[in-house]
Design a binder for this molecule. Structure first.
Ligand code: NAP
Length: 234
């Protein structure tokens, strides 16, 4: 039995990932900061809702206790919860704007991984998937040739730099925990609430790489950054 937690899974890419992994036989803890919406979503796909706001230490600690008490270990952690934050141009983006986005997209992933580390270490083959973005690729940002792998690249300071930070967080954790498989993924531009459903892909297409990395077998990659098409330049 594989025990899996997905944060921000009441809708969008997280919900689709939860649906697929539950269908594959995982015991899925569907993380949602609103328990009512989480419970409704979990009910539809045969998952178990767990309240978790990734910006709140106490909420994350309580979620880890709930999963620990029930399951005793965690095999797969998908750090999916994220926000777009301000779309204002770089010159108009403030430090407070950045802090808001980093709280969810960067510190949230760290807070969750840190709290669940004992449960991940109790798994025989722990996997962590950090849901990043091609917009977080430094290479695609500075090199127009590299941008070909991020076809929907746009300049946006707060969100993109938060996802670049999440990439380094991923690489550092992969270095620190060689017994775990820890990767960052880019789902691609997907129609969800995050972008007012402007994305070109369906959630089924976007969740593909998340599911693939969440189910990578022994000997699978670690410390990498992947889209559905393959590795992406950092
Ligand atoms: P979405 O439909 O807006 O879903 C985002 C999820 O994150 C929601 O469940 C939301 O909960 C949750 N969330 C936000 N802040 C949270 C917090 N503080 N604590 C717990 N949950 C929180 O967007 P999505 O497109 O599926 O995004 C999922 C991930 O994919 C994000 O990390 C995003 O950056 C990444 N991504 C998306 C795209 C794309 O084109 N859609 C592309 C690349 C990467 P509420 O319902 O309560 O707000």
């Amino acid at each position: 039995m594989t025990t899996t937690l997905i944060t921000g899974a009441n809708k969008g890419l997280g919900l689709e990932t939860a649906r697929r992994l539950a269908g594959a036989g995982h015991t899925v803890y569907l993380g949602a900061r609103d328990l009512r919406r989480g419970t409704e979503a979990a009910h539809r796909i045969g998952a178990r809702a767990v309240p978790i706001d990734v910006t709140d230490d106490e909420s994350v600690r309580a979620a880890a206790k709930l999963v620990g008490d029930e399951a005793g270990s965690l095999d797969v952690l998908v750090n999916n919860a994220g926000i777009a934050g301000t779309a204002r141009p770089a010159g108009e983006t403030t430090a407070d704007d950045m802090l808001t986005v980093y709280e969810a997209n960067v510190f949230g992933a760290v807070r969750v991984l840190h709290a669940f580390l004992p449960l991940l270490k109790a798994s025989p083959a722990p996997i962590v998937v950090n849901v990043g973005s091609g917009l977080g690729s430094l290479a695609a940002t500075v090199d127009p040739h590299a941008r070909a792998v991020v076809p929907d690249w746009i300049p946006v300071l707060a969100y993109s730099s938060s996802k670049a930070a999440l990439n380094m967080v991923t690489a550092q954790y992969a270095h620190a925990f060689p017994a775990m498989r820890i990767n960052a993924v880019d789902p691609g531009f997907t129609a969800t609430d995050l972008n007012g459903h402007a994305g070109r892909q369906t959630v089924a297409e976007g969740a593909e790489i998340i599911v693939r990395m969440a189910t990578t077998g022994p000997g699978g990659p670690t410390g990498g950054f992947f889209s559905a098409a393959g590795p992406i330049p950092w």
